[in-house]
Design a protein around this ligand. Structure first.
Ligand code: CMC
Length: 429
């Protein structure tokens, strides 16, 4: 909706009127699409002041610490919903009624197995490969198996690809883990819930099937909910950009996984544990805090700060509570790494450097600790983030394809050479 207008005055030219668009909540945005006609573009590396698209899925108010999915606060979803219900909400716009939920859960369960031949892909990877390297490969490879649903212009195909991705990600993630361990891969069990089934495929073996702890399954489900979507972050924007060229959904999600891998994004929960290992002991904390504050040192406190949340990360609040529940259930009291994490949290929350810059613990700080306590190896943390975020990525991909869209093609401020002629090799200095 465009009511107000902004005026841009470019020296030596007539003023340009730019419409101001208003969303349901959140700041207004200046529509600069018409600016290209004046021979000018906007310059905004890192998208610090640019809305790349219109979306109805997720709203974040970073200053107030608010995260809404389709209008529902994340705290309520974590408390009163479950992951598959949240998936339905993100994909379809509304929470399901009982019948719709049963139907959706059953459809997802129908698609939990992966093509048997996909297993042979794993043998091409070294067993010590990083699980995210294998995930990028095997998720991209899904496009070679599910040709029957690759027509991106067909809404039914988009739907079935979305369900396939949500259903198969836990299976693939667990296969990646089992391959790294040299253990037999476990088939999914459709009598279990989504989170229970994931823990079953991760930790059970054909010779020993142990029951899954309800507390750990609940914690896992919460981790999935809290990572399900986060509006236009780096990986989601990557999925949208890849999708805007008409690439198939499996290829787009593989691109999202690659973008998520970096330590400034999804790799942060792994980086938290690596950092705790590096710090080693409570007595070294001061040294590392000093490093984090030193402008000449690239070291940052992993799990602290956020591009959008400049007050608190609402997901971190729920995660902290789940963290306490899991540690209680597992009877973990005197874990030195945990003690270190809690001390670090305390110092960072009281140190003026962190307060002035609003560097609060983010969701990855606590999720890393929970995953470690559950017994998930550090290198699998980002894989779990990717598993949970797949529904967000695919919801954004579907949203983009459901209305008119253009291929994403940013402009640039060129500061390289002007045109010049090639000098013959023998004459070059
Ligand atoms: N430790 C120490 N100093 C920090 C940290 C940190 N973790 N994060 C930011 N700063 C400082 C930064 O040096 C800068 O200081 P100054 O104003 O003196 O130059 C100031 O705080 C502002 O930081 P910024 O880098 O401009 O903020 P950003 O919005 O570009 O970066 C971030 C956000 C998440 C990349 C960054 O805070 C960071 O690298 N954090 C650690 C990695 C991490 O935990 N990432 C997970 C984010 S949550 C998962 C997700 O949603 O993807």
């Amino acid at each position: 909706m465009a009511d107000k207008k902004a005026q841009l005055v470019i020296e030596g030219a007539a003023p340009v009127e730019l419409p101001i668009l208003t969303g349901t909540v959140g700041p207004d945005v200046i529509d600069v699409r018409g600016l290209g006609a004046t021979g000018h573009f906007t310059f905004d590396p890192g998208f610090m002041a640019t809305a790349s698209c219109e979306s109805k899925i997720t709203y974040i108010d970073g200053d107030k610490g608010i995260l809404l999915h389709r209008g529902y606060p994340i705290e309520q979803l974590a408390e009163k919903s479950d992951y598959l219900e949240t998936c339905y909400l993100l994909l379809n716009g509304e929470l399901p009624n009982a019948e719709q939920k049963a139907q959706f859960v059953s459809t997802v369960k129908n698609h939990t197995m992966v093509h048997e031949q996909l297993k042979s892909f794993f043998n091409g990877f070294r067993r010590d490969a990083h699980p995210m390297a294998v995930m990028c490969g095997v998720v991209g490879a899904l496009s070679a198996f599910y040709h029957d649903s690759l027509d991106i212009n067909n809404p039914q195909h988009r739907e079935i690809s979305a369900v396939r991705l949500v259903a198969k990600m836990p299976t693939l993630a667990a296969m990646v883990y089992k391959y790294s361990m040299g253990q037999p891969m476990m088939y999914p069990r459709n009598d279990l819930s989504y989170a229970e089934n994931f823990l079953h495929m991760m930790f059970n073996t054909p010779c020993e099937i142990k029951p899954i702890s309800p507390t750990l399954a609940k914690a896992m489900d919460r981790i999935f909910i809290l990572h399900a979507d986060h509006e236009q972050n780096a990986s989601t924007s990557t999925v949208r950009l890849a999708g805007s060229s008409g690439a198939n959904p499996f290829a787009c999600i593989a691109a999202g996984i690659a973008a998520l891998w970096g330590p400034a994004h999804g790799g942060a929960n792994e980086a938290v544990l690596t950092m705790l290992d590096e710090i080693g002991d409570v007595s070294n904390i001061d040294k590392f805090i000093a490093k984090a504050k030193d402008k000449n040192d690239p070291f940052k406190l992993m799990g602290f700060g956020h591009r959008v949340y400049k007050n608190r990360d609402p997901r971190a609040t729920v995660m902290k509570q789940t963290c306490d529940e899991v540690l209680r259930e597992l009877g973990i009291k005197n874990d030195p790494q945990l003690e270190l994490a809690m001390r670090l949290e305390e110092i960072a929350l009281t140190d003026p450097y962190f307060i002035e810059r609003s560097l609060y613990p983010n969701v990855d700080f606590y999720s890393g600790i929970i995953l470690k306590a559950i017994g998930i190896p550090t290198s699998m943390f980002t894989v779990i983030f990717a598993l949970a975020r797949t529904v967000g990525w695919i919801s954004h991909w579907k949203e983009m394809l459901s209305s008119p869209y253009k291929i994403g093609r940013p402009r640039q401020l060129y500061t390289g050479y002007e045109a010049r002629d090639i000098v013959k090799l023998e004459d070059r200095k």
